[in-house]
Structures are given as structure tokens and as C-alpha cells.
Write a protein that binds this ligand. Structure first.
Ligand SMILES: Nc1ncnc2c1ncn2[C@@H]1O[C@H](COP(=O)(O)OP(=O)(O)OP(=O)(O)O)[C@@H](O)[C@H]1O
Length: 475
């Protein structure tokens, strides 16, 4: 029988725990003497006091001046110091508002928000969102190193607990944003165990941005940094077009037109000077037809669009032949202008056109332009509503992408790359009432940045075409 002594099985009570080992060694618990604990506290207090003048030089200097003046002149001293400080501050603010904001207002704000918003709620928010680590019944929390306020956001620099990774934070950005009552949270990795959590305080992109000023003259046009609109930190959003290709993706009404027109506007003097030539493919006949006089070539029907693309390919190959063995990069000149191919709703040609032959030829021409055009001064700026592979399998040939409002969360990574959503590029959550808002990866940054394209109105386009045609385009 199974339970019998003869089969070698020992008698075990059903409810008793089964020991993992016959002998268990446990660490002896030694009580720490109180003197050690008090000594450690005293040491930490001393280290804090010694570090104070280095960490907070202005605050420590102010307190020292107040105390010194009080010691020297009784209450008159602090009264005089405070009066001088207040009057000096008012004069400073009156004559140099920007530096006063940077050095006084934003620093004080950082101090107050650091204590009141972040340090006060740090432990509960991190514990509830699952970012606190436990080991041998002790809790380990990432440590706040500093809180710095800019005009639009709080940057909380954090030292991670060894053994954890920045991706733990990237996965919990919604919890952090809600926990600290911010509209969003972005994670930037500075180094090992060193990350910055960026919490926007206000939306610098809430109001529409008027068309950017047209550069003065062809020489002022920087094709590597065309002014397109504004970044969420208030800086001008600039976009490279020379030496790259740009894909602009967004649902209908997301503002693809404003990205295309802002780029054309930023190149206008160079177009007039003959340093840039634009070919426009406009199958919808709505967006680009308005500015026809600005374009070297324009096409709207399926067959004409493909012919335009194939002509661009022939020109590109002819230029590559003349450059072969002589030149390795392109500089725009009147003889060899920078050639831009604008494609509005590229899926019309690659997926929706009923004629399979047109689709095949369009895709071949686009693939050739995007894979060979960069170094010989050909760029493609294409707009697209649906970024899925079935619709546009050439999207990886576009090195730069702009993600306007998208339909689904999964489309964000299709447009901006695999980790874009984890890093806070919530293009699917862009407010439909803020067209032109997008996420882009700026040069030299791995973090997607929120931007808003300037709105180029019909009147602005009229003025641009009038300038090109010497007044005929007006009205
Ligand atoms: N940058 C912007 N700032 C403010 N409003 C904008 C901006 N861009 C577009 N809009 C507004 O949104 C409307 C739709 O924009 P637009 O036609 O550019 O979208 P789209 O993405 O090209 O849509 P579709 O694919 O249907 O052509 C415009 O008529 C305009 O009123």
C-alpha cells in the first residue's frame, strides 16, 4: 500500500508544510545599539549641512547676509537688506524680465514644486504605480536628484534603483502623469541609472500658430533647418529636407497640408531664385492645386502623376551620371537646383488606384527616388493618411517622419519607430481640435518631441503665388 512503511514513504501530515531542506540556516538577528543609529543620523545631518552651500548657494548666501546684518546692526540690518533686495528685484524684473524669470522665478518655482508636488507625493505615486522595489522586506525607491522648471515643463532628475531599467518608467508614463497631475510624462535617459522625467505644466501649442515669416532671400533659406512651426518648449521647429526624405502621416483633417505648405513657404525665396524646384503630385486636387504657379511641374490624374514621378527619376539618374566619380554631395545652384517632389496622399498611387500598372510604376518610381535621390539633391516630401504596411510598404525608405494625429496607438511605432510610444509619443491621443500638432524626432535626439506646424492660410498661399507670378496670382 502507498501509505505503508514498507514502500519507503514517510508519514506526512496533509496540512504540515514540507521543509525544502533537512537543515535550514538563518542569519542571526543582532540588535543595533542606539549609539550607532544616533551617530549615523548625526553624520547624515553634518553631511547635509556641509553640502548646503554647494547645493543651494543663493539661498544660503541670502540667509547668511540676513543673519550677519542682524548681528551687526540689530533689526535695522535685515530691514535694509530686504528693502534693497525687493527694490533691486523690481528693477531687475523691469529692465531684464527674461533673466529675472530664469534666475529667480523659475528657480523658486523649481524649489516649491520640487517639495510640494514631487517629493511630497513621490513615495505613494511610485509605490502604487509599481515602481518601488522590495528586497528582504525593505523598500527601495528611485531617488529625486533635482527638480528644474523651464517655462513649460518640470524636469525631475531621478537616480534609479540598481537592477531596474528606464523602461520600467517608460511603461508607466500614464500613471506618473496622472499621479503628479501633469498632462503627460516623457522619459529621457541621461546615463546609467540616470533619467529625467519631463512633466509639461502648460501647453505651449494650444493656440494655432500663424504662418512663419518668409526668409529674406534665397541665401537665407537653410534647407537643413526649414522653420515649420513651434516645439512644445517654445523653440522654433525646424525640419531638414535637403539630404533626406520626409513622410507626414495623419488621419484626415490632422493638418498634413500645413506641414507641406510650411515647408514650401520656408523655401519660397529659394524657389524664386531657381535654387529649388518643386514637383507636385496632387491626386486629391484639393491641397496643392491652390499654389500651382509655385511648382515646376504639377500632376493630378493617376497617369500624369506617374509620368511626373518617372520624369523625376530620369532627371535624378542623369544628374547621378554627371556626378559619378566627380562629386559625392549636392550643393543647390541655378544649374543644379534642389529638386523636391511633393506627394499629397501617396496611398492613392500605391494602394487605391484601380489600375495595377499605375500602382506598380508609381511604387517603383518612389522607391528609386527615395533610395537614390538624397546625395544628388532630390527629396520626397510625402503625405499619407494610413501608415499600415498594406497601404504603404515604402515607409522605411523615408528617414524622417512626422506623426500627426493617428487613428490607433499601434500606428505610432509604425511611423516613428519601435519605441516611440514608450517614450511618450502619443500621436493617437492628439486633440482633434488642435490640427497641425505632431510628434517628430528632432536631429540628435532619441526622444520624440511634440510640435505644431504653422498654419498657412489660403491668403498666405495667395500672397506666395503673387510673389512668384509678380502679382498675377492675387485674388
Ligand atoms: N497647423 C494648423 N493650425 C491650425 N489649424 C490647422 C492647421 N492645419 C490644419 N488646420 C485646420 O484643419 C483643417 C484640415 O487641415 P488639412 O486639410 O491640412 O488636413 P489634412 O490632414 O491634409 O486632411 P486631408 O487628408 O483630409 O486632406 C484645415 O482646413 C484648417 O482649418
Amino acid at each position: 500500500m502507498l501509505g505503508g512503511k514498507g514502500n519507503g514513504a514517510s508519514q506526512v501530515q496533509h496540512t504540515a508544510p514540507v521543509p525544502a531542506h533537512a537543515v535550514r540556516f538563518t542569519t542571526p538577528v543582532v540588535e543595533t545599539p542606539a549609539a550607532f543609529i544616533i551617530g549615523r543620523w548625526a553624520w547624515r545631518l553634518l553631511a547635509f549641512l556641509v553640502a548646503l552651500p554647494v547645493r543651494y548657494p543663493l539661498s544660503v548666501a541670502s540667509v547668511a547676509v540676513l543673519v550677519g546684518s542682524w548681528a551687526l546692526w540689530d533689526w535695522v540690518g535685515p530691514a535694509v537688506v530686504c528693502t534693497v533686495a525687493v527694490v533691486g528685484g523690481l528693477v531687475w524684473r523691469r529692465y531684464h524680465r527674461a533673466s529675472f524669470r530664469r534666475w529667480v522665478v523659475l528657480r523658486l518655482l523649481g524649489l516649491v514644486r520640487g517639495i510640494w508636488v514631487y517629493r511630497r507625493h513621490w513615495q505613494p505615486v511610485l509605490v502604487v504605480s509599481g515602481l518601488a522595489e522590495s528586497y528582504l522586506e525593505r523598500q527601495y525607491l528611485p531617488r529625486i536628484r533635482s527638480v528644474v522648471c523651464s517655462e513649460w515643463a518640470d524636469r525631475v532628475r531621478v537616480k534609479l534603483v540598481p537592477g531596474t531599467a528606464p523602461s520600467d518608467f517608460e511603461e508607466r508614463t500614464p500613471q506618473l502623469a496622472h499621479g503628479f497631475q501633469a498632462p503627460a510624462c516623457r522619459v529621457e535617459v541621461l546615463g546609467p541609472l540616470d533619467v529625467v522625467l519631463e512633466f509639461p505644466r502648460r501647453d505651449m501649442l494650444a493656440d494655432p500658430i500663424g504662418a512663419m515669416p518668409v526668409p529674406d532671400g534665397g541665401d537665407a533659406v537653410d534647407l537643413a533647418a526649414l522653420p515649420m512651426g513651434r516645439c512644445e518648449d517654445g523653440r522654433t521647429w525646424t525640419m531638414r529636407l535637403h539630404g533626406t526624405h520626409v513622410l507626414v502621416a495623419g488621419v484626415t483633417g490632422a493638418g498634413k497640408g500645413s506641414v507641406i505648405w510650411s515647408a514650401v513657404r520656408a523655401m519660397l525665396p529659394a524657389i524664386e531664385a531657381g535654387l529649388v524646384r518643386v514637383r507636385a503630385v496632387d491626386p486629391k486636387r484639393m491641397e496643392l492645386s491652390y499654389g500651382r504657379p509655385l511648382f515646376h511641374r504639377y500632376a493630378d490624374s493617376g497617369e500624369a502623376c506617374v509620368e511626373l514621378l518617372e520624369e523625376a527619376v530620369r532627371d535624378m539618374q542623369a544628374r547621378a551620371d554627371t556626378y559619378a566619380g566627380r562629386l559625392r554631395s549636392h550643393t543647390p545652384t541655378a544649374e543644379d537646383p534642389f529638386e523636391v517632389v511633393l506627394l499629397d496622399e501617396v496611398a492613392f498611387l500605391t494602394a487605391y488606384h484601380p489600375d495595377r500598372e499605375v500602382r506598380r510604376r508609381a511604387e517603383n518610381a518612389m522607391a528609386t527616388l527615395t533610395s537614390q535621390g538624397r546625395s544628388v539633391g532630390f527629396a520626397v516630401l510625402a503625405a499619407l493618411q494610413d501608415p499600415r504596411k498594406e497601404v504603404m510598404n515604402l515607409r522605411n525608405l523615408f528617414p524622417d517622419k512626422v506623426a500627426l494625429r493617428l487613428d490607433e496607438a499601434s500606428q505610432v511605432d509604425m511611423v516613428l519607430g519601435p519605441d516611440a510610444r514608450d517614450r511618450g509619443a502619443d500621436a493617437h491621443l492628439i486633440d482633434p481640435s488642435a490640427p497641425g500638432t505632431a510628434f517628430v524626432r528632432l536631429e540628435g535626439s532619441k526622444i520624440p518631441t511634440r510640435v505644431r506646424a504653422a498654419y498657412v492660410s489660403d491668403a498666405d498661399i495667395d500672397a506666395m503665388t503673387a510673389a512668384e507670378t509678380g502679382g498675377e496670382g492675387e485674388g
